[in-house]
Design a protein around this ligand. Structure first.
Ligand SMILES: Cc1cc2nc3c(=O)[nH]c(=O)nc-3n(C[C@H](O)[C@H](O)[C@H](O)COP(=O)(O)OP(=O)(O)OC[C@H]3O[C@@H](n4cnc5c(N)ncnc54)[C@H](O)[C@@H]3O)c2cc1C
Length: 310
């Protein structure tokens, strides 16, 4: 049984709390979004790191800006057809009230269960995003990411083309106590970005793995377990993949395999991501501009330009 705190699955505030960039290479093809789930097909990624600009081309049908609310809604309808009971308007306040043999915590970040049990540690990022209607920077097939010396990044993602809508956001590595709204508004001013703000979201992004992945009979998936890709904060793919792995382990009655598979699938990028975050934490104190130097080095290594890689 799925417990969802909102009245509707997908079409709620959490469903909208995202930049909505998603990509479907390799096994991701399983969750390829279709029709109404797609706002835009992305063919180009423009990445700016200080004075350096990089561009990456994407083949058609690989990278998308989702209508994420619709995507989640359709996934839940698929699950329902397969016999899953979806119980909405049902906020879990304590796991004491749950009587299943197994629990899968997919409550996002911060995880409801981990907070209750006072467990878990991992790197966290902070974000703030505005959706702008009639935006002058709408380019339907391109996403833009701009890294800045203070250890953060901005993104401009095209959303609903009918409204010429964009998601413009800012994220910082670490638990920043900056005024992100002010920082984003300054960024918009500097880049002369105009448009009417029609939606605002924000909150925490778990950067990389967030152990434990299994505790007694509780499996942690998505943001609650594997977190988002540490360098860019993309977590949709990782949530889908970890949910799939958890499902297989449960079906085979081999729960203990779950942490092992998670480590095998995600450790490579986690080592790179966590080293990067740790190094920058130190460099920031010496000279914030060194953040851009390390980011440039990472990108120049070649494959790191593929910003949709898990
Ligand atoms: C501003 C921002 C921009 C982002 N941009 C991108 C992006 O462009 N691309 C990308 O891939 N990722 C992005 N991410 C990260 C991505 O959104 C997450 O990694 C992803 O949503 C994680 O999915 P999840 O299913 O684990 O958690 P969530 O999507 O957070 O879902 C958690 C679900 O649990 C429900 N829930 C929570 N608590 C309870 C409770 N107590 N009882 C019942 N139900 C509960 C919620 O209502 C929600 O439906 C962004 C994140 C933020 C904050």
């Amino acid at each position: 049984m799925v417990h969802e705190k909102y009245k509707e699955i997908g079409y709620n505030h959490e469903g909208r709390r995202c930049g909505e960039a998603h990509s479907v290479e390799r096994e991701w093809i399983k969750w390829k979004p279709t029709n109404a789930c797609i706002f835009n097909t992305i063919l180009h990624a423009d990445v700016t790191v200080g004075n350096h600009r990089y561009t990456a081309q994407r083949p058609p049908n690989v990278a998308f800006i989702l209508n994420r609310q619709e995507f989640i809604c359709q996934l839940s309808q698929d699950a329902k057809k397969r016999g899953v009971i979806l119980q909405t308007n049902d906020k879990i306040r304590t796991i004491e009230n749950l009587d299943g043999d197994l629990l899968v915590d997919a409550s996002g970040c911060p995880s409801t269960v981990k907070r209750e049990l006072d467990i878990g540690s991992g790197f966290i990022g902070t974000t703030y995003q505005q959706s702008l209607e009639n935006a002058n920077c709408f380019t339907g097939d391109t996403i833009q990411i701009i890294f800045v010396p203070s250890g953060g990044y901005f993104w401009i993602f095209p959303r609903n083309p009918e409204k010429k809508e964009v998601n413009v956001g800012v994220g910082f590595f670490g638990n920043a106590d900056y005024d992100l709204r002010k920082i984003l508004n300054k960024f918009k001013e500097k880049h002369q970005i105009t448009g009417t703000v029609n939606y605002v979201v924000g909150g925490l992004i778990p950067l990389g793995l967030q152990p434990p992945f299994l505790l007694r009979n509780i499996l942690f998936v998505g943001d609650a377990g594997v977190g988002a890709f540490p360098l860019t904060g993309q977590g949709i793919y990782r949530a889908l993949l970890s949910g799939d792995i958890a499902g297989r382990c449960i079906a085979q009655n081999r729960l203990k395999k779950y942490p092992r598979i998670i480590r095998r699938e995600f450790t490579h990028w986690n080592v790179i991501g966590s080293t990067f975050i740790r190094v920058n934490h130190v460099l920031k104190k010496i000279n914030p501009a060194l953040f851009l130097t390390t980011m440039n080095l990472l990108i120049r290594q070649g494959k790191h330009l593929n910003l949709f890689t898990p």
